[in-house]
Each structure stands twice: as structure tokens, then as C-alpha cells.
Design a protein around this ligand. Structure first.
Ligand code: SF4
Ligand code: SF4
Length: 359
């Protein structure tokens, strides 16, 4: 509930806006109310009964956050967590049936195929048929939905498991993040309960994801709502490092192509994984860093494409400008969503690949 964040909201609403220039939404929309401070002040006035979810601007303010957590990197005020507060507000907006039409449409779209892309993602992957699964193993490759959309990431990850003799089984349903982040907490919980049952019955002790948002959901949100998966969660970049340290994986010869790495919000700011992808990349390519990197990396904008595409595109453009400053010939991400957004925006200007595709 939003009132659970009252103390933090008060701290933020009274702050001299130290993160003012950190918010990509505010940078694109140029409105005070969508800055992190503006969001907290709006939340405070809702809690004080001075504003309500009947006001479309209030609702828009709560949906004007790509949950990138960049404000947190500049915030010196303990415990202020804008995305968590935004999430709580969105849940209340949905409960009051006041969410924007685009969000309602998103839910309808999601329910058709149980993913945010509104299409069947499994049929094109023969390995996901029951007889084609990788067999019993205590390692579960949790593709989620966004990885299925990118056959190159899926195939290179499966090749990696096969090449290193790593047994695996596959789970390919959505982790629930898109519903949860949109404020559809009850729908998300229903989906997550099914995921939990499937994961527990698989007997997995290690879960590997390609998608950083899946890793964050499984590692942090599932246990937070009482869904213990009894397994260690790894992003694929961490697992590759383990395979290399165990001597099960040798990197191929280093290419001299200038390569920029983009830190995804969830892998970086949420999971604090900055070194693993860089350690791997530095064995495979000539790494050039973007001006804003690691905890200051700029969001690709993905979190807003469903309901504010113009703002999302503006954020993507800012992120690309940052990456282009590295003057690299290729861009590597460790997130299927970042790869999709940047590939579509860049066309053939710079090649965009996932880390696994280099191995
Ligand atoms: S997020 Fe932190 S730095 Fe930004 S306005 Fe709020 S308290 Fe201040
Ligand atoms: S999480 Fe990102 S989009 Fe949301 S308020 Fe913070 S900086 Fe802005």
C-alpha cells in the first residue's frame, strides 16, 4: 500500500531534488511532476487526500516511470525507493479501476498468450515440446518470455549448455514481471503461483535466466511475497563466469572489434551485476566504455513502450547517444529486452548482440 511508503515519500517530497537530472522520463517530457521528486510529492498529496486517482494527471504521474532506478544512484536520502513507491501506487490505481486505457489493453493483450507480446512464442521452438526438453537436471534454464522472442539468444544459450556438458531442463513461461510492474498484482500473483509450482516440481537447485528482470523477480519479488523457490538464481553472465572458472568453458580468440557494453537497469542497478559481463567481454572483444555506465547507465526505455511509446522512444534515443560516444562498432547487452529495443532503433548502424552470442 502507498501509505507503507509515507515516511520515504515525505523525505523525498522535501528533498532539494538531488536526482533532478537523473530521470529519463523527466528529461524527455520536461515536466516537473514526473521528476522523482514530483512523483513523491504527488504520492504525498494523494495520501493527504489533496489529490486522488480520479485526476488523470495523478494516474499519468504513476505511469510515467520506467522503473529504471537511476534516481537511486544519485539519491543520498536513505531508503527512498521511487520504483517501489510507484509500484504500490499502481496497485492502488488498478484496484480502484482507474488505470489508463493503454494499461487495460495491455492486460487483455497479455492474457491472450500469457506474455506481453501478444503472440505464441513457443511453437517456433521445437526444443520446448515436452519430448524435446533437455531432460532431468538440477539446472533449470528459465527463459521467460523475452528470451523466446530472440532465437539467437535462446540458441546460443542452449549451445553453451551443450558445449560445456551442462544438463538442463527448460521453463519457458513468463515470470510475471510485466503484470507486476503494471500494477496487476493479483494477476501477477496467480501467474507466479503456477510458476512456483512448476519450478518446485522440476527439482531445480539452480535457475539460470537470460533476462535480468526474470532474475530479479525470482530472486527478490517471489520470496518477498512468500514464494520460496528453494533454488539459487543466476543470471547467465554469472553462470558463464562459473563455467569458465571451473575450466569447463574456454573463450574463443579475442576479436579486435571495438565493443561497447550496455548495463541493463535490472542486471545493474537492481542486481548489482556489473563485473561478470565485463570480465567475459574483455576475454572476447576490445571493450570500450560508454560515458554513463554501471550504476549511471541510461535505461533503454523498454518499461514504457506499452503505454507511453513516444516518451519511451525519447529515452531510447538518449541511451543510444550515450552508447555512441564510446565510438564502438558493436554493442553488447546481457538483456534480451535491451537487445530488442536497441536493435530496432539502430537498424544496421551498429550491430547489437547478446553476450551469449559472442561465445
Ligand atoms: S529520489 Fe532521492 S534525491 Fe531524488 S528527490 Fe527523492 S529524495 Fe531527493
Ligand atoms: S525509476 Fe527511473 S523513471 Fe522512475 S523516477 Fe526513478 S529515474 Fe525516473
Amino acid at each position: 500500500m502507498l501509505k507503507d511508503y509515507l515516511h520515504k515519500i515525505k523525505l523525498c517530497a522535501a528533498c532539494p531534488k538531488m536526482c533532478r537530472f537523473a530521470c529519463p522520463v523527466a528529461e524527455v517530457e520536461k515536466k516537473e511532476r514526473v521528476t522523482p521528486w514530483g512523483k513523491s510529492l504527488t504520492a504525498f498529496l494523494v495520501l493527504e487526500g489533496k489529490l486522488s486517482y480520479d485526476d488523470p494527471d495523478v494516474v499519468d504521474t504513476f505511469y510515467s516511470c520506467c522503473m529504471c532506478k537511476n534516481c537511486k544512484s544519485y539519491c543520498l536520502v536513505d531508503d527512498v525507493d521511487i520504483p517501489a513507491m510507484i509500484q504500490a501506487g499502481r496497485e492502488e490505481i488498478v484496484a480502484a479501476k482507474k488505470e489508463p486505457e493503454e494499461i487495460k489493453q495491455f492486460l487483455v493483450h497479455f492474457k491472450e498468450f500469457n506474455n506481453p507480446f501478444g503472440k505464441d512464442l513457443k511453437t517456433p521452438h521445437p526444443s520446448l515440446s515436452p519430448e524435446g526438453r533437455g531432460g532431468l537436471s538440477d539446472v533449470l534454464y528459465f527463459t521467460g518470455c523475452s528470451t523466446l522472442l530472440d532465437k539467437d539468444i535462446f540458441n546460443s544459450t542452449i549451445n553453451l549448455f551443450n558445449k560445456t556438458g551442462q544438463g538442463y531442463s527448460i521453463f519457458s513461461d513468463c515470470c510475471g514481471f510485466p503484470l507486476w510492474a503494471s500494477g496487476y498484482a493479483e494477476d501477477a500473483r496467480g501467474l507466479m503461483a503456477k510458476v512456483k509450482e512448476a519450478v518446485l516440481s522440476s527439482g531445480a537447485k539452480k535457475i539460470i535466466t537470460s533476462c535480468p528482470a526474470c532474475a530479479y523477480m525470482l530472486k527478490s519479488i517471489y520470496p518477498a511475497i512468500g514464494f520460496n523457490l528453494s533454488a539459487e538464481i543466476f543470471h547467465i553472465s554469472q553462470f558463464i563466469e562459473i563455467l569458465a572458472k571451473e575450466g569447463r568453458l574456454q573463450f574463443s580468440r579475442k576479436s579486435d572489434i571495438d565493443t561497447a557494453y550496455h548495463d541493463s537497469c535490472f542486471l545493474g542497478r537492481y542486481l548489482n551485476i556489473y563485473d561478470a559481463p565485463r570480465n567475459i567481454l574483455s576475454e572476447l572483444a576490445f571493450l570500450k566504455e560508454a560515458a554513463k555506465k554501471k550504476e549511471y547507465s541510461i535505461c533503454c526505455g523498454a518499461g514504457l513502450y506499452h503505454f507511453k511509446p513516444k516518451t519511451a522512444k525519447g529515452i531510447t534515443d538518449i541511451a543510444l547517444e550515450n552508447i555512441k560516444q564510446a565510438d564502438a562498432k558493436q554493442m553488447i547487452t546481457a538483456c534480451p529486452t535491451c537487445k530488442r529495443i536497441f536493435s530496432e532503433a539502430l537498424a544496421d548502424e551498429i550491430s547489437v548482440k547478446d553476450l551469449t552470442e559472442l561465445i
